[in-house]
Design a protein around this ligand. Structure first.
Ligand SMILES: [Zn+2]
Ligand SMILES: [Zn+2]
Length: 247
């Protein structure tokens, strides 16, 4: 029976509760669908700006933008750079609803955050997914940032009030807009259903990729205006300098 070896290998993986690597199909020796070789080759973010996590060529505390015109969030925490194959995985997760890729990257973020908290990183009081424009959510049928947020909330036991941060009006795509136009486009686009819930809280915004940071900065301004003590961003990956457009 020609199918037998394949079936046997599937049963083996099932019995061991392991899955083949999503990138190369080799057996993964761990509980995540990623083999050691593919994990080692991922574009891990090493030198980075300590505020916005922009990839840096060497160890410097802050990038030029954060030195001269810092964003309103205090810190971005992310394990990966937005380059191959992470860019492809995020694109398939985001536009083709391929949740296993999103789940894999979310699991890497969970592991990274577990390590960060173990090393003394401050756990937030609340995590909030960046809301998608309503028209885009209707077309797509889901908000990828909320899916990541749900994963973090469950795995790390972080509170995620889903209806607190709202998108209140339609906006055009941020793609191709300059910095001022991006800010104008998002002006008054977000609101809080119960603003008193953020007072004195350490809040984290969750998104798939941080590009220019304009959206997160605008939401941070809203949260800080209502008394949030601190705002940070968790995301799957961070773009480098050439990526100046919002995805
Ligand atoms: Zn692999
Ligand atoms: Zn920076």
């Amino acid at each position: 029976m020609s199918c037998q070896p394949d079936l046997l290998s599937k049963v083996y993986h099932w019995l061991k509760n392991k899955q083949p690597c999503l990138l190369c199909d080799a057996p993964s020796q761990r509980l995540i669908a990623l083999c050691d070789d593919c994990e080692a080759e991922l574009p891990w973010l090493e030198w980075r700006c300590s505020q916005c996590a922009l990839p840096m060529p060497n160890h410097q505390a802050l990038c030029a933008d954060c030195t001269h015109n810092p964003p309103l969030f205090s810190k971005v925490i992310t394990p990966l750079q937005f380059s191959f194959p992470v860019d492809t995985l995020i694109s398939r997760f985001k536009y083709q609803e391929n949740w296993p890729y999103g789940q894999l990257l979310s699991t890497l973020l969970v592991q990274y955050l577990e390590y960060y908290f173990d090393e003394g990183g401050q756990r937030p009081d609340l995590i909030l997914a960046v809301p998608l424009a309503q028209r885009r959510q209707r077309q797509r049928g889901y908000n990828q940032a909320q899916m990541i947020c749900d994963c973090l909330s469950k795995a790390l036991r972080l509170e995620n009030p889903r209806q607190l941060l709202l998108r209140t009006r339609e906006t055009i795509s941020q793609q191709g807009l300059n910095a001022k136009a991006r800010r104008d486009n998002l002006h008054n686009a977000f609101a809080l259903s119960e603003p008193e819930q953020v007072k004195n809280k350490h809040i984290v915004l969750v998104d798939d990729v941080l590009t220019t940071g304009t959206t997160c900065s605008i939401i941070s301004s809203l949260l800080l205006k209502h008394g949030a003590a601190r705002v940070e961003v968790y995301c799957l990956a961070r773009t480098g300098k050439p990526h100046t457009v919002e995805l």
